[in-house]
Design a protein around this ligand. Structure first.
Ligand code: NI
Length: 144
């Protein structure tokens, strides 16, 4: 390998060297393939990182819970199926290939009559149930 050693650390493990040099191998992500790796509903999995945000994949079925995120916007992109995002002033229906950004502070409740697959793009600090804590709250997300 022809990576210049880090200036401040001359003796270092390979793992560290790779990370410092940002030479990590880039891998493409096949969304359908990743979605095939899990079955649970309402359990977002981390599929990528963009700066301070995560790309998450999640399966919806049924109703989630009314909540809001005080400081974070949340993007929902439908990959498969149809979803509804209930809002206090009306519902929003989204089909495959459509997305919406729910602004911070706006109460919402995702719903899917039949299973739907969704890509979420949101700050790493987002908690799935926002300001609500219940049995659906997930503080640690798995990666796919
Ligand atoms: Ni939310």
């Amino acid at each position: 390998m022809n990576i210049a050693p880090p200036v401040s650390v001359r003796v270092t493990g390979r793992k560290r060297l790779v990370r410092r040099g940002e030479k990590k191998m880039l891998e493409k992500v096949n969304i359908a393939e990743k979605l095939g790796l899990f079955d649970e509903h309402w359990s977002p999995k981390i599929a990528g990182e963009v700066g301070d945000s995560y790309v998450k994949l999640v399966k919806f079925r049924g109703e989630f819970v009314w909540h809001q995120h005080e400081t974070e916007d949340e993007m929902f992109l439908v990959v498969k199926g149809n979803i509804k995002i209930k809002l206090r002033d009306g519902d929003l229906s989204l089909g495959e290939g459509e997305f919406v950004v729910i602004p911070r502070g706006v109460e919402h409740m995702p719903v899917a009559e039949e299973e739907a697959h969704v890509l979420l793009f949101e700050a790493k600090t987002v908690l799935n149930t926002g300001d609500v804590r219940n049995e659906r709250t997930l503080t640690e997300l798995e990666r796919v």
